[in-house]
Write a protein that binds this ligand. Structure first.
Ligand code: PLP
Length: 405
């Protein structure tokens, strides 16, 4: 197990909820300016409501969940998670292998704290959901970014992954379905990642928090289902699929061969016990939530809100001169490319800041997701069609004259 209590360097960590753009947005809001927020994946403010049976499960259980639970979580919640894992082809997970968390976020951080000694490396996608890089760095490790390739539907570039493995590489992170690109990885791509992990003895960390937000009849494959011989940590939760990000309800399941990671699991158990347990009322809704979610399914079909908003945003972006965007297959994000040469963009954060100041619309620059070239930004397409239309009209208008100074 790693030693705790060292100093951390967080200088290279980007996170989309802080920085000059957010500071400016907060300043404008404090002055009374109305800002259209296309920057955060939080469904509730955009009139997405949690399924009724989830709310009922929470209110019905409140008087029974006043105390701490087992540090890993309520047995009923962990049993429901095991059943869910089985439907995804992840077999052999026991109640000792499931940890509930205050969101998947807490467990991402915990899993890295338990894993890393100073200087250890973890392969993290670029672009990434920035909490991953932050968690690796906070734990004293180095996040080594591998490229996801826009020209191949944003799939991980396997050659780039291979070229970045060293004797310090401990694990590989995949985010599937992906934030910020909306990509969904096919089995062939996952199989290649499994082959690399097997050859180099890497732990696979798979963040699958969007696995129920799929469109176009696509199916999600859990990478752990392809490699019962490898140790995998699979993350999931209810923040997105059940629109209850504020409840803070997530989990991770450990699967596969644990014989080489006994010390690591001991570390995870210790850190899990140290936080006593995750929010118990939130855990209590897991069995009901995982039974079915018809409300979500209909939103993802033609005529449904998320589906139609994806169709709209993809078309409008691609109709703007100087912007191209790969159509997302899952989640509710799109990561368009902007022609940096044409608009003289050398600093993508400045571009987003200039757009915010002029049009009062908040995006996140690609650098916030560890994308190195200043030619991308992320849109959360949860706001309704009217708001998306306004945002696209304004972006089109802004780019007619914008040239970065
Ligand atoms: N993983 C990914 C890929 C995310 O996009 C997010 C939130 O945006 C999270 C994890 C955090 O999830 P939770 O609310 O369960 O902490």
């Amino acid at each position: 197990m790693k030693t705790l209590g060292k100093s951390h360097k967080l200088d290279n960590v980007c996170y989309d909820i802080r920085g000059p753009v957010m500071d400016e947005a907060n300043r404008m809001i404090a002055e009374g300016t109305e800002i259209l927020k296309l920057n955060i994946g939080n469904p509730a403010p955009f009139m997405f409501r949690a399924p009724k049976d989830v709310i009922n499960a929470m209110t019905d259980s409140l008087s029974d969940v006043e105390g701490y639970s087992d540090s890993k979580g309520l047995l009923s919640a962990r049993e429901a998670i095991i059943k869910y894992d089985e439907t995804k082809g992840i077999h052999g997970v026991t109640v000792d292998d499931v940890f509930t968390g205050n969101g998947a976020s807490e467990l991402i951080t915990l899993s890295m704290q338990a894993l890393l000694d100073n200087g250890d490396e973890v392969l993290v996608p670029a672009p990434d959901y920035p909490l991953w890089t932050a968690s690796v760095t906070l734990a004293g490790g180095n996040a080594i970014h591998y490229i996801c390739d826009e020209r191949s539907d944003w799939y991980p570039d396997i050659d780039d992954i291979k070229s970045k493995i060293t004797d310090k590489t401990k694990g590989i992170v995949i985010i599937n379905p992906n934030n910020p690109t909306g990509a969904l990885y096919p089995e062939e791509v996952l199989q290649q990642i499994v082959d690399v992990a097997r050859e180099h003895g890497l732990i696979i960390y798979s963040d699958e928090i969007y696995d129920r937000l799929l469109m176009d009849g696509n199916k999600h494959t859990s990478i752990a289902s392809l490699c019962p011989d490898l140790f995998c940590v699979t993350f999931n939760g209810l923040s997105k699929s059940h629109m209850i990000a504020g409840f803070r309800c997530g989990w991770m399941s450990l699967s596969g061969d644990k014989s080489r990671v006994k010390g690591y699991i001991e570390g995870i158990n210790m850190l899990s016990s140290m936080r006593l347990c995750s929010n118990v009322p939130a855990q209590s809704v897991i069995p009901a939530a995982l039974r079915s979610n018809d409300q979500l399914e209909s939103m993802l079909l033609p005529g449904g809100r998320i589906y139609e908003q994806r169709e709209y945003i993809t078309k409008r972006l691609n109709d703007i001169d100087g912007i191209t965007a790969v159509k997302p297959k899952a989640a509710f994000y799109i990561f368009p490319k902007i022609d940096a040469a044409r608009f003289n963009i050398r600093d993508d954060e400045q571009f987003v800041l200039d757009f915010l100041k002029e049009k009062h619309i908040l995006l996140v620059h690609g650098g916030g997701f560890h994308w190195e070239t200043p030619d991308h930004f992320r849109i959360v397409y949860l706001p309704d069609l009217d708001q998306l239309k306004t945002s696209m009209d304004e972006l089109e208008d802004f780019l007619k004259t914008y040239r970065q100074k």
